[in-house]
Design a protein around this ligand. Structure first.
Ligand code: NAD
Ligand code: UGA
Length: 458
């Protein structure tokens, strides 16, 4: 079949794969290629076992794959073929040198720019899909224009706002799409071309067309605001535990103010995920770099509050279980950083489990999707760690259950049956306020929620 044009995405990960699948679904006249240097990932995209779990993704991939959606490791040939190239490679936090622990590590990003420069033989629109420091597009333009040649590159910023677990819904019905461009004739022309693609399924009024720098910074700001709400409610949860107030009542009362709104006010063991921490630290670095230490300290506190919340959770387990966890079995319910994903990047479960093992506890970890990643995350630890798919098996013989991911499945379990198989006194530490605390208390459990006074039988 003859396609109108070819779009390429370099980086077929959590963002690149689903985004290209949705574009392919809505634009059958366009050939869509997702390319990655990782052959295992590409093989998985071509198989029945996709490399990531997202509700609804498999159906969309299966419908478009081989029709107008293709996965490949041949990045060079795909660059030559495509007229629009999305770049969705990973941009982790730098772990070395200047800005270590804060700045974005742009090695994959720069590597991609150089690859594009090497293999492009016709004009291209380059679309920043990765989350990047403000003014990265400028650096990219400099690299792309570093060779005297006739090929022209126009760099756009099109940050992604999808959340894992709801990626397909977020891509299908985005709150907004940002397409930032240079305010030049060629910049606006490239912007219009990308707007046309999104118009296949996104209403025009939801497509914003700011300048490139505002688009880049909007993404960091959006993630910082979301994480800030979680840290704010978590700070209140600490006060609730001391005063007998209930954080869920407070979330409800505060969230009903239409100026504030109800979302992202769920107190928890802490936020995880590959992006919140990294993007806020990147924002902190930018503020410092531009001589704004007060602004930097303000945002850094969001991350510090999150670390405090994680450590408070472990401290509460230790305190309630008579100040020793040595040899005690803890059933860990959930390892993913949130429900409906197998992703464990920066999951609070990693910190909690490592701390529990330092206290010489034994762990039985269960999770419906994340056990392979959990096994990798804890591959280097010493101590007794079992992984089992069945939560009943995980809880049998345990002294405590620690709920670390808000999987619906855990609500539907028979807790009387679980209680009967556990060591006594039996504890539930509910890091997600997921379970019916009063009912569990009635069954005999000692229940320690987040942001509510502990419910103990002694
Ligand atoms: P990911 O690690 O899942 O995927 C990135 C992929 O890029 C990897 O498969 C890697 O092999 C590939 N890659 C790296 N260098 C390459 C190269 N030179 N050529 C080809 N492939 C290359 O990362 P992700 O979660 O998809 O995130 C990508 C970007 O999107 C990040 O900047 C992230 O901040 C941002 N983002 C992520 C999410 C999310 O929910 N995960 C949401 C919004 C934005
Ligand atoms: C987040 C943003 O929501 C996306 O808009 C953004 O595109 C993405 O980061 C990114 O840039 O990577 P994601 O990390 O996938 O998406 O998931 P969220 O739903 O935001 O949850 C993040 C963490 O916060 C999870 O650990 C979740 O359990 C926790 N959380 C969320 C709370 O503890 N309380 C809440 O009220 C909400």
């Amino acid at each position: 079949m003859d396609f109108e044009k070819t779009i390429l995405c370099i980086g077929a990960g959590y963002v690149g794969g689903p985004t290209m699948a949705v574009i392919a679904r809505h634009c059958p006249e366009i050939k869509v290629i997702a390319a990655d240097i990782n052959p295992d990932r590409i093989a998985a995209w071509q198989s029945d076992e996709l490399p990531i779990y997202e509700p609804g993704l498999k159906e969309i991939v299966e419908e478009a794959r081989g029709r107008n959606l293709f996965f490949t490791t041949d990045v060079a040939a795909s660059i030559a073929e495509a007229s629009i190239i999305f770049v969705s490679v990973n941009t982790p936090t730098k772990t070395f040198g200047q800005g270590a622990g804060r700045a974005a590590d742009l090695r994959y990003w720069e590597g991609t720019s150089r690859q594009i420069l090497e293999h492009a033989t016709t004009d291209k629109i380059i679309v920043e899909k990765s989350t990047l420091p403000v003014r990265t597009a400028e650096a990219m333009e400099r690299i792309l224009n570093s060779k005297p040649q006739s090929v022209r590159f126009e760099v756009l910023s099109n940050p992604e706002f999808l959340a894992e677990g709801t990626a397909i819904d977020d891509l299908e019905n985005p709150d907004r799409v940002l397409i930032g461009s240079r305010n030049t004739e060629s910049g606006r022309k490239a912007q219009a071309e990308l707007v046309d693609i999104y118009l296949h399924w996104v209403p025009r009024e939801k497509i914003l067309t700011p300048d490139v720098w505002s688009s880049e910074l909007s993404k960091l700001a959006a993630n910082a605001f979301l994480a800030q709400r979680i840290s704010s409610i978590n700070a209140i949860s600490a006060l609730c535990e001391k005063t007998g107030a209930s954080v869920s009542e407070i979330s409800k009362a505060v969230g009903l103010d239409s100026r504030i709104g109800p979302k992202f006010l769920r107190a928890s063991v802490g936020f995880g995920g590959s992006c919140f921490k990294k993007d806020i630290l990147n924002l902190v670095y930018l503020c410092e770099h531009f001589g704004l230490p007060e602004a930097a300290a303000y945002w850094e506190q969001v991350v510090k509050m999150n670390e405090y919340q994680e450590s408070r959770f472990v401290a509460a387990m230790l305190k309630h279980m008579f100040n020793t966890l040595v040899g005690k079995r803890i059933a860990v319910f959930g390892f993913a950083f949130k429900a409906n994903t197998g992703d464990t990047r920066e999951s609070p479960a990693i910190y909690v489990c490592r701390q529990l093992l330092t206290e010489k506890a034994c762990l039985s970890i269960t999770d419906p999707e994340a056990l392979p990643n959990a096994q990798r995350d804890l591959a280097d630890v010493e101590g007794e760690v079992d992984f089992c798919t069945d939560p009943y098996e995980a809880a049998a013989g345990a002294h405590a259950i620690a709920v670390l991911t808000e999987w619906d499945d855990y609500r539907a379990l028979d807790y009387r049956r679980i209680f009967d198989t556990m060591e006594k006194p039996a504890f539930v530490f509910d890091g997600r306020n997921l379970l019916p605390h009063d009912e569990l208390f009635e069954l005999g459990f000692n229940v320690i929620p987040i942001g509510r006074a502990p419910m103990c039988h002694f």
